[in-house]
Write a protein that binds this ligand. Structure first.
Ligand code: NAP
Length: 331
């Protein structure tokens, strides 16, 4: 089996590529001219340069692949249209090109996001996959990508996975929080929020099961580690794994929105993508980020290995070993 992985240079994509190679699956990794390919070059994978938006070289990249794991995308801001351009327009170009070279009977695994479903309505509500109310442009763009993928499902076996916040060794998004807490300061966007998490290795195991066992009776699956965490629990856990008892600082939404706006200006001035934007804040301040991953557990006999406590301790250890966090490993 030959599998095309898009987003192969990303946090998740790199680990998907590594896992596929461990299973002796042939991997073709799509990279951009600007991608940092250093790590991928050390793996036995076929690297093919192209672009999803504007579309370049896609027919060649898609030729003779049995499956596509489409992980390219993300919630970074580089102008208001960047969410749609990087998540939906990219998907459209990829799928149009696949149709042109022949995709019948093949498999597509789309890495979507919990943001496509949107937050839950209350603390007791664990939305089913069909309930979608994205509240950010990012979430809407992921939902639009899902709809493009589903439109192909007559010809292709389509599996859509919606991970929540991913973390683990190599992650740079939660690292600032680990660092802040290790320095005695815990920024907290809003009181009483719940969050879902998934360790990146568990997300990879879900992707691999989907590739090997799919299709099943459903197309769309929420993923999480089986727990819902309050923000207080997250801060306590991080304080335990990095050491110390941080001062919790509540960040009012208008302040976060102002920071998001400044970050957007910075992005536009520098012509660089940024993670913090008003769109991101919109998602951050929503009170209930919980989902129900039971459907994937039931259909694929999936068992996540990490709860947040175990995963955060392993991640903190990795950060320490790589000099990202003060203290000796295993502290
Ligand atoms: N990380 C999370 O917490 C999380 C949670 C839920 C869902 N997701 C989804 O999971 C997927 C992977 O996330 P990640 O954390 O691995 O993101 P990441 O580390 O930011 O990597 C993004 C990858 O997508 C590629 N990419 C981005 N925009 C592209 C475009 N316009 N054309 C072609 N390639 C593009 C990047 O290529 P370059 O190296 O060339 O930039 C990189 O390989 C994304 O679809 C994201 O929406 C992530």
């Amino acid at each position: 089996m030959r599998v095309l992985v898009t987003g192969a240079t990303g946090f998740l994509g790199t680990k998907i590529v590594e896992a596929l190679r461990q299973d002796n699956i042939d991997v073709r990794a799509m990279v951009r001219a600007t991608s940092s390919t250093g790590h991928l070059e050390s793996l036995p994978v076929e690297l093919v340069e192209g672009s999803l938006n504007p579309p370049e070289n896609l027919e060649i990249i898609l030729k003779d692949v049995d499956a596509v794991i489409h992980s390219a995308g993300g919630g970074g801001f580089k102008g208001k249209d960047s969410f749609y351009e990087n998540n939906a327009r990219t998907t459209k170009h990829l799928l149009d090109a696949w149709k042109a070279v022949g995709c019948s009977g093949k498999k597509l695994i789309l890495i979507s996001s919990q943001a496509a479903a949107g937050p839950a309505q209350s603390i007791d509500h664990h939305p089913k996959e069909e309930e979608t109310q994205p509240i950010s442009l990012y979430g809407q763009s992921k939902l639009a990508a899902e709809q493009l993928a589903l439109a192909l499902s007559k010809d292709v076996s389509v599996l859509i996975l919606r991970p929540p916040a991913l973390y683990g060794p190599g992650d740079t998004r939660l690292l600032p929080l680990f660092k802040a807490i290790s320095r005695g300061f815990a920024p907290m966007p809003a009181a009483g929020r719940t969050l879902s998490f998934l360790h990146v290795e568990d997300c990879v195991s879900a992707v691999c099961l989907a590739l090997k066992q799919g299709p099943k009776r459903n197309n769309i699956y929420a993923l999480n580690d089986g727990f819902t965490y309050s923000v207080n629990e997250v801060i306590e856990t991080l304080a335990q794994v990095v050491g110390g008892s941080p001062l919790v600082v509540r960040l009012p939404t208008p302040l976060l929105m102002t920071a998001g706006l400044c970050s957007e200006w910075w992005s536009l001035l520098r012509g660089q993508g940024v993670l913090l934007s008003r769109d991101k804040v919109q998602d951050m301040v929503s009170p209930f980020w919980q989902s129900d991953a039971q459907r994937f557990v039931d259909d694929f006999a999936w068992q996540p290995q990490f709860d947040f406590r175990t995963g955060a301790a392993q991640t903190a250890d990795w950060y320490r070993r790589h000099g990202d966090l003060a203290g000796a490993p295993g502290c």
